[in-house]
Design a protein around this ligand. Structure first.
Ligand SMILES: [Mg+2]
Length: 374
């Protein structure tokens, strides 16, 4: 069974008004997704999703479409669908970077393989090593104090036991926001912060020290990616645990994080890391060096979130109980592409054991929201 052709469909999906995000990367009101349909030589199909945001990976929906249509799809046509290593090599030989675009094709191949085998993707990855219900933290935007206070109280009432607060915009207001959230949620709830690389080294050290009494569980990406020495300095001078996110897109980045002894955990997800297999490779390497991994998010829709859940369920070093991540993307969006949406209840997301990624595609939803109609 080989890859016969690849179809790409860009869609634009609005976020629910109460879920619109503000972070150091700006506002997030709508999500543009590139849906990818891989058709095999026997007519079977698999679906993937490129969760593209230019402020995150530099990719855009229509850019990813042009890359897949013009470069990646011709490059991988004729490959065996089950040769995921060969698929990755071929895509990397024809284009550097473009992690989310490559991940969408790889994800669709896993979906297709699972459906062909009658097994969920996590079985193809070695089987479940944890329950299919996964607990997430909630990522609170960089809101003004009153909104942050109100939202934090709602989240605790909804059952969240870990709250992440976005910082990295304006240091004094960042510190004030975190302090208000800690006061609101009380001492028992885990509290983390994520600067999305918005602070420099000196600001990070100052702000983290000012927040010493807030008992942070972990500090995510305080400084811009690429400065491993600076990240090590923040970690060692503050004594806080560091979660690397933007610092780790590929295996080389993970090796540098390890070499510089600059993080305690790494945030991974298939989209960011170029596919489920590549994310898994990083998780395994990190595990060999005593570094935990957790799941990050770019506000995926149903397919991207399902791929993340299969990856978590099958990967021992995805320590989501210690460091809960984000698996809530579908709940942020006003419509679902799935006839059988992932079950998301408060902080708990439950994966199905249906074959492939387990997402039954609603083509009507795609047609209503596609953005390439002429
Ligand atoms: Mg992050």
């Amino acid at each position: 069974m080989h890859i016969e052709r690849i179809e790409t469909i860009p869609v634009r999906i609005p976020l629910k008004p109460e879920r619109r995000m503000i972070s150091a990367l700006g506002k997030h009101d709508v999500s543009d997704f590139l849906l990818v349909r891989v058709v095999a030589s026997d007519g079977s199909e698999g679906w993937g999703e490129a969760t593209v945001t230019p402020r995150w990976s530099g990719e855009t929906c229509l850019g990813a479409k042009a890359l897949i249509d013009g470069v990646l799809a011709p490059a991988v046509a004729g490959l065996d669908v089950d040769d995921i290593v060969g698929l990755d090599r071929r895509m990397d030989a024809f284009a550097v970077g473009n992690w989310f675009a490559k991940s969408a094709i790889e994800m669709a191949c896993w979906d297709l393989l699972g459906k062909a085998a009658g097994k969920p993707v996590y079985e193809l990855l070695g089987g479940a090593c944890r329950p299919l219900t996964i607990r997430s933290r909630f990522s609170l935007g960089a809101y003004e104090p009153e909104r942050a206070r109100r939202r934090a109280a709602e989240l605790v009432a909804a059952g969240f036991t870990t709250i992440k607060v976005k910082v990295g915009i304006e240091p004094d207001r960042d510190v004030e926001r975190v302090r208000i959230v800690r006061e609101t949620i009380g001492p028992e709830i885990d509290l983390t912060i994520d600067a999305n690389g918005g602070w420099d080294v000196e600001t990070s050290i100052r702000c983290i020290r000012e927040l010493a009494d807030c008992n942070l569980t972990i500090v995510e990406q305080p400084i811009p990616p690429g400065d491993y020495t600076g990240l090590a300095r923040v970690r060692h001078e503050t004594g806080e645990k560091i979660l690397a996110d933007e610092s780790c897109f590929d295996l080389i980045h993970a090796q540098e994080l390890i070499r510089h002894d600059c993080c305690d955990a790494i945030s991974l997800y298939p989209g960011k890391n170029g596919g489920i297999r590549k994310a898994r490779e990083i998780a395994d390497l990190a595990g060999e060096h005593g570094i935990a991994c957790s799941i990050g998010s770019n506000l995926e829709w149903d397919l991207g979130t399902a791929a993340m859940a299969h990856f978590i369920v099958a990967t021992p070093n995805m320590q989501v109980d210690t460091y809960p991540g984000d698996l809530l993307g579908p709940d942020y969006h006003e419509v679902s592409i799935a006839r059988n949406p992932l079950q998301i209840s408060g902080p708990l997301t439950t994966l199905t054991d249906l074959p492939g990624l387990g997402v039954e595609i609603d083509r009507d939803v795609i047609e209503r929201h596609r953005i390439d109609r002429t």
